[in-house]
Design a binder for this molecule. Structure first.
Ligand code: HEC
Length: 231
């Protein structure tokens, strides 16, 4: 019995040693270090972000040229908590927005109490300053009463401006996209400059051999060599 007990105890001890040893070895082998960058980088997403940042926003006229007042009505749902754009509509938390294009900034109707920061802006509402205002009211008029974060999407702004423009007795024609004229000028300027440059280089190459011949390289070398010889 004692022998058998010792044998069993021996195997148990041995198994324990093996288990302990293998756990140490496994710990060494699978020891993982904290990666410098956490998470899994997804290339497409990173590139998309970089591309979005690099993409310059076009002037608002570009988006107004394809603006849709019907879509603007949906965007206006975000404004409707504080504004209406109906003729003779009541001021709410924000002023009535009927016929806002070309209206003096912070004039409003029926005596809406505008904030001083907006009153100080001056001028009249147009495509450009409406777009900037709606992009970020806080940036346009720091301290404004319009507690609205803004519409970061330029097409949303153009659509809602087109919607507001339609809420007038005399809606203005939406501006044409400025890129059309810019694109027409671009290629015209490019080739003209390019045509001039080869002419200049041809003249230069024609003149260069004369210059090379006229260079007083030997003359310069002559006095220089005599000068070294003299002393
Ligand atoms: C939380 C309420 C609120 C929301 C939402 C809001 N506005 Fe306003 N809005 C105001 C207030 C208040 C003013 C007056 C600001 C001041 O006096 O500083 C104002 C002013 C304006 C003005 C200037 C009016 C004038 O006669 O000079 C325009 C234009 C305007 N808002 C358009 C919008 C549009 C478009 C949206 C939606 C995209 C919107 N607002 C969303 C509250 C709001």
């Amino acid at each position: 019995m004692d022998d058998r007990f010792n044998t069993i105890a021996g195997w148990v001890l041995f198994a324990g040693i093996v288990a302990l040893g293998s756990s140490i070895v496994a710990g060494e082998m699978f020891h993982s270090e904290r990666p410098e960058k956490m998470g899994y980088p997804i290339e497409g997403v990173v590139q998309e972000g970089e591309g979005g940042g690099a993409e310059a926003e076009q002037p608002i006229e570009f988006y107004l040229a394809k603006a849709d007042p019907a879509k603007g009505q949906q965007v206006f749902n975000k404004c409707a908590a504080c504004h209406n754009a109906e003729k003779g509509g009541a001021n709410q938390l924000g002023p009535n927005l009927w016929d806002i294009i070309d209206e003096p900034i912070a004039q409003g109707k029926a005596g809406f109490a505008f904030s001083d920061p907006l009153k100080k802006i001056g001028g009249t509402w147009n495509w450009d300053n409406l777009s900037k205002w709606l992009d970020s009211p806080k940036t346009f008029a720091p301290g404004t009463k319009m507690t609205f974060a803004g519409l970061s999407n330029p097409q949303d702004r153009a659509d809602v401006i087109a919607f507001l423009n339609a809420h007038s007795d005399a809606p203005r024609p939406l501006p044409a996209a400025p890129t059309a004229t810019a694109a027409g000028e671009g290629p015209g300027n490019g080739p003209q400059k390019a045509e001039k440059e080869p002419v200049l280089t041809e003249q230069q190459t024609g003149a260069n051999p004369k210059n090379v011949g006229g260079e007083g390289a030997p003359k310069v070398a002559g006095p220089a060599s005599t000068a070294t010889k003299k002393p």
